[in-house]
Unconditional design. Structure first.
Length: 128
C-alpha cells in the first residue's frame, strides 16, 4: 500500500490552560491526552474524551473542542497555518492509501451542523 510522510495540524479550543493560563500547543511537550484510568488491569475510557492535561501545572483534565484538523503533504504550508492562523500541534505522520491526499476534517455538533467559530486562541480569530 502506498505510504507518504504528511503533516497533521489541529485547531481546537482552548489553547490556553484554564488552570494556569500556560499555552497548549504541542502534544507531549505542554499537554498530553487524557484517555482514562486503569484500575485492576482494566482501562476505562474517559466518557468526556477528548480531554487533555496541561503538563505545566498537571491540573485536572479539561475538555477540548475540535473545530478542524488538516493533513498536508507540504510541511511549509502546515507551518504557515500554525504561524498565521489558529492551527497548532504540528505532527509528522505516515499516511497510507487514500489518506495520502491532502484533506481537511471538519467537526460538527450532534445534528451535523458545523460548530460555531469559537475563537480558539484569543477570542477573535478563525481557524483558517
Ligand atoms: Zn496548566
Amino acid at each position: 500500500m502506498k505510504s507518504k510522510t504528511m503533516y497533521h495540524i489541529e485547531c481546537f479550543t482552548p489553547q490556553i490552560c484554564p488552570h494556569c493560563a500556560h499555552p497548549i500547543n504541542r502534544e507531549g511537550v505542554n499537554f498530553i491526552r487524557y484517555m482514562g484510568t486503569i484500575k485492576d488491569g482494566v482501562k476505562t475510557i474517559d466518557p468526556e474524551y477528548p480531554r487533555i492535561i496541561c503538563k505545566h501545572c498537571e491540573g485536572e483534565p479539561f475538555k477540548i473542542i475540535y473545530f478542524e484538523t488538516r493533513q498536508l503533504g507540504d510541511k511549509n504550508e502546515a507551518e504557515r497555518l500554525c504561524r498565521e492562523s489558529n492551527f497548532i500541534n504540528l505532527m509528522e505522520v505516515t499516511a497510507y492509501g487514500n489518506m495520502t491526499q491532502d484533506h481537511v476534517t471538519k467537526y460538527t455538533d450532534a445534528n451535523g451542523k458545523a460548530l460555531p467559530r469559537l475563537q480558539p486562541r484569543m477570542q477573535s480569530v478563525e481557524c483558517s
